[in-house]
Design a protein around this ligand. Structure first.
Ligand code: HXC
Length: 289
């Protein structure tokens, strides 16, 4: 049901251009039977979305973007899910936007249809998003990882914004989020040269939160998702909102938002339960209220 509602609302938002690829088959349909470009499953309380276009290194075609947004929105609306993992599996995260779909576009194709605006659905998600990255996360793939709240990387991961090699620049937030993640000088070098950084450097630079063995990335991300999902839901949602405010607000404004959110959590049953459980030396039983 949640999936159906999410797909309907996305269909309402979607531009005709975004329907160019596999998404066309959703038109007029009231439900989605299966996805074409991704696999979706639930592990414990974590929703797991695996991009599944191995032959093209998970190049992000329009259809995959729509499916990702649909699946993420559905998990966001599902009360049984507390966190969401996005991965490309063991070999590759995503090698960027699908160049075959972009090569023939004109300026007016891009501008008049505000092409690629559908990604906004991902940044509206309230539950924590975890990117589990193995192999290449390039261009739009790196930008997708940076749209997530936490990036976990396998030690074979490679991050880069190689758009300059194609005669363009990042278009899904790379010039903005990379600067915030690693600072201007490092971001500038990556964006201007298209050079990649490995997982060790990405960890050192603060782009990723942790590096683990490639075969453990997804299970580590799921374990992290389940740990987050085991917390009180209002606290998790507010914590994410408060941290993300740091990107948008001045320090004074951000501290104000944080204080008000902190105050408001005292209206929840979970605050009473969490503090009582601590004092009674027992585990809290969250009601998410
Ligand atoms: C379409 C892609 C692709 C992409 C790889 N492939 N990346 N197809 N779009 N982004 C395809 C290749 O054409 C090839 O198909 C197959 O995947 C395997 O790729 P190879 O190049 O043969 O593999 P390898 O030599 O191992 O090199 C891997 C790679 C390289 C380093 C990832 O493929 C690469 O540089 N890819 C492009 C990365 C890139 O420039 N990304 C930014 C895209 S622009 P065939 O059929 O030949 O087997 C972007 C903008 C986002 O992301 C913002 C938009 C608004």
């Amino acid at each position: 049901m949640a999936l159906r509602m999410a797909s309907r609302s996305l269909l309402r938002m979607r531009s005709p251009s975004a329907l160019a690829c596999g998404a066309r088959r959703f038109e007029g349909s009231s439900s989605i039977k299966e996805y074409e470009f991704i696999k979706v499953e639930t592990k414990g309380k974590t929703g797991v979305i695996t991009m599944d276009r191995a032959k093209t290194y998970n190049a992000l075609c329009n259809g995959m973007i729509v499916e990702l947004c649909t699946a993420v929105t559905a998990f966001d609306e599902d009360p049984a899910v507390g966190a969401i993992v996005i991965t490309g599996g063991d070999k590759v995260f995503a090698a960027g936007a699908d160049i075959t779909e972009m090569v023939g576009l004109s300026f007016s194709d891009c501008y008049n249809q505000d092409k690629f605006k559908d990604w906004a659905a991902l940044t509206r998600v309230r539950k924590p998003l975890i990117a589990a990255v193995n192999g290449y996360a390039l261009g739009g793939g790196c930008e997708l990882a940076m749209m997530c709240d936490i990036i976990l990387a396998g030690d074979d991961a490679k991050f880069g914004q190689p758009e300059i090699n194609l005669g363009v620049i990042p278009g899904w937030g790379g010039t903005q989020r990379l600067v915030r993640a690693v600072g201007k000088s490092k971001a500038m070098e990556m964006v201007l040269t298209g050079s990649m950084i490995d997982a060790k450097r990405a960890n050192w630079d603060g782009l990723v939160s942790r590096v683990v063995e490639p075969e453990k990335v997804v299970e580590t991300a799921v374990a992290l998702g389940n740990k987050i999902a085991s917390m009180s839901r209002p606290s998790v949602l507010m914590a994410k909102e408060a941290v993300n405010s740091a990107y948008e607000l001045t320090l004074t404004e951000g501290l104000h938002v944080e204080r008000r959110m902190f105050h408001s959590l005292f209206a929840t049953e979970d605050q009473k339960e969490g503090m009582a459980a601590f004092l009674e030396k027992r585990k809290p039983e969250w009601t998410h209220k």
